[in-house]
Design a protein around this ligand. Structure first.
Ligand code: NAD
Length: 276
């Protein structure tokens, strides 16, 4: 494959770049995921709440790519937290995907007010021990949530998937993850495309390398060691976003992008978000 793997803390290999399908309607997900698989993506990031696990599963089934060459991630939604509810929600996700295991299962948000993420994670540990999930992890966990989780459970999360892009570089989380052996996965790696891809410093670096601003931002993530899951439904962009392994940014480029940090979130603050 075009995409090199990173090795998770349990030895499982995860492609460093995958395809995200948030906001892709179920009936368009099959085409979008099929286009991504055709372009060489082997990792797909979905979630129960995205409502497109069925479309994603159809694309996988129709692709002809052997299951063991794919890395499929889905996420447990907030309303399904709790030990028993998690076991049921996992069965539903697997059924919709048409799979008999997933590669990575994530707690979508900590929703600390619920007080259920430790119980939820214990169900993840059981599913992992039963061989139905190759690696277990979390999403949107702050270091304080990870500290509590690690203190009360036995499997250190393999991954924390967090909002991360040049305007929100997440230094404290990245340092804590590195210390604990947790891989950092960036959601909205392109900052959802909006203003970020027009920032003059990024446009200038793109010109210098004869690449696009999206490729420069994705390459910055790759060189930092982040896992990225850019989303697009446009075939030319889907192809463009995976073509980031045949050039390198130099130290000056990396420094110029790192200077763009504003600690500015697009999404909710995980300490407060308790979305139903
Ligand atoms: P993103 O940063 O991947 O940006 C996607 C948008 O950027 C596209 O809709 C398009 O408008 C634009 N874009 C994409 N490629 C482009 C290109 N080559 N040139 C110009 N514009 C381009 O944003 P995202 O979809 O929010 O995040 C990616 C994935 O992360 C999601 O699909 C989902 O899988 C995951 N995610 C997870 C969470 C979470 O809570 N765990 C939250 C949000 C997203």
């Amino acid at each position: 494959s075009k995409v090199p793997p990173i090795i998770l803390n349990n030895g499982v290999e995860m492609p460093q770049l995958g395809f995200g399908v948030w906001q892709v309607p179920d009936d368009e997900a099959e085409t979008a995921v099929a286009t991504a698989l055709e372009a060489g993506y082997r990792s797909i990031d979905t979630a129960a709440i995205y409502g497109n696990e069925e479309g994603t599963g159809k694309a996988i089934a129709g692709s002809g790519v052997p299951r063991e060459e794919l890395f499929v991630t889905t996420k447990l939604w907030n309303a399904d937290q709790g030990y028993d509810a998690t076991l049921r929600a996992f069965d539903t996700s697997l059924e919709k995907l048409g799979l008999d295991y997933v590669d990575l299962y994530l707690i979508h948000w900590p929703t600390p007010e619920r007080g259920l993420y430790v119980d939820t994670y214990k169900a993840f540990e059981k599913l992992h021990a039963d061989g139905r999930i190759r690696a277990i992890g979390v999403s949107n966990f702050l270091p304080e949530h990870l500290r509590k989780l690690i203190g009360e459970t036995s499997v250190v999360p393999a991954v924390n998937q967090i909002e991360l892009h040049p305007h929100l570089q997440q230094g404290a989380s990245r340092a804590y993850h590195a210390e604990q052996g947790i891989a950092t996965e960036a959601w909205s790696p392109l900052g959802q495309g909006k203003g970020l891809l027009e920032v003059p410093a990024i446009v200038a670096i793109a010109r210098k390398h004869e690449r696009t601003p999206a490729q420069v931002v994705l390459r910055w993530h790759i060189q930092l060691g982040n896992v990225v899951i850019p989303k697009s439904v446009t075939p030319s962009r889907i192809k463009e976003n995976i073509e980031v392994f045949d050039f390198s940014l130099d130290d000056e480029d990396l420094a110029a992008i790192s200077a763009l940090n504003e600690d500015r979130r697009i999404g909710p603050d995980p300490a407060e978000f308790n979305g139903a």
